[in-house]
Design a protein around this ligand. Structure first.
Ligand code: F6R
Length: 264
């Protein structure tokens, strides 16, 4: 795992967008794993700008989102399908046929989860998986105690997740669907590269636990310590409780991959 420190949330989101853009340039038919949430909005705004200003093309990309609420039809404004349409898909040249989210209205959820896993494999696996982190340490909707080898499945959300996501439901945690389909921790660990972005002081505690604490299903993001190629980008606020910051700064200074990213 490599941890990259950036001065603030804007710089961190820009760096993540630039990594994604570079990977798309290297491999135009990239299979991209996508996340939703407030943290990602800035990343998608940068990708839309890079598409307009620098011609980064999503035309051959395929995308798989981490999760979707159970019971929300894709046209519901709070569905993750609508989030993706709003923040990214409508702003770049992606073919909507190549964008995939689990279907939270499928009559047979187990069959839908198997179908989703199969579809990822048929597309050749995920090249680059974008991740945020919840305040209780989830990646996707893998809440505490999710098996670290779990696959795509339906999951009951924690109260703190409902509270965190209430804004799109009139500020009412009880209006947030209580269940979601999510890629499993095992599914995420199979992607070729993971790129996690965390910003803001409310993530500082959980970032320290996930990155420098023990690997435990209580903090499912800690499983990323097992991933052979995982990059975590944090701003100073989210890095506030990390212990090895001097080394992380040194990584950004020294690793050839980051030489072209310094002007951030
Ligand atoms: C959503 C997802 C979640 C979020 C996490 C952080 O698709 O995968 O794990 O990334 O809950 O959300 P924000 O960015 O709103 O703090």
């Amino acid at each position: 795992m490599e941890i990259i420190l950036q001065p603030d949330a804007a710089a961190a989101a820009l760096l993540v967008a630039r990594v994604i853009a570079r990977e798309i340039r290297r491999k135009p038919n990239l299979v991209l794993g996508l996340a939703t949430g407030r943290t990602m909005e800035a990343v998608y705004a940068h990708l839309a700008r890079l598409h307009r200003a620098e011609g980064v093309s999503f035309a051959a990309c395929r995308t798989f989102n981490l999760d979707e609420y159970i019971g929300l039809p894709p046209e519901h404004p709070a569905s993750y399908r609508q989030y993706m349409n709003r923040h990214l898909f409508s702003k770049v040249d992606i073919d909507l046929k190549n964008t995939h989210l689990p279907d939270g209205t499928a009559p047979d959820l187990q069959a839908e989860c198997l179908r989703y896993e199969r579809w990822i494999v048929e597309c050749g696996g995920i090249d680059l998986q974008l991740l945020g982190i919840g305040r209780a340490g989830h990646i996707g909707f893998n809440e505490p105690m999710s098996a670290l080898r779990s696959r795509t499945r339906d999951k009951t959300l924690m109260r703190s997740t409902l509270e965190q996501n209430a804004a799109m439901f009139g500020g009412e945690p009880d209006q947030v669907p209580h269940r979601a389909i999510t890629m499993g921790v095992g599914t995420i660990l199979e992607s070729r590269r993971c790129l996690l972005l965390a910003t803001g002081q409310e993530k500082a505690d959980i970032i320290a636990k996930a990155l420098e604490g023990p690997i435990t299903s209580r903090v499912t993001a800690s499983a990323l310590q097992l991933h052979p190629h995982c990059t975590v980008v944090v701003d100073h606020a989210a890095a506030a409780h990390l212990e090895e910051v001097e080394y992380y700064r040194w990584i950004f200074e020294s690793e050839p991959e980051w030489h072209n990213f310094k002007e951030n």
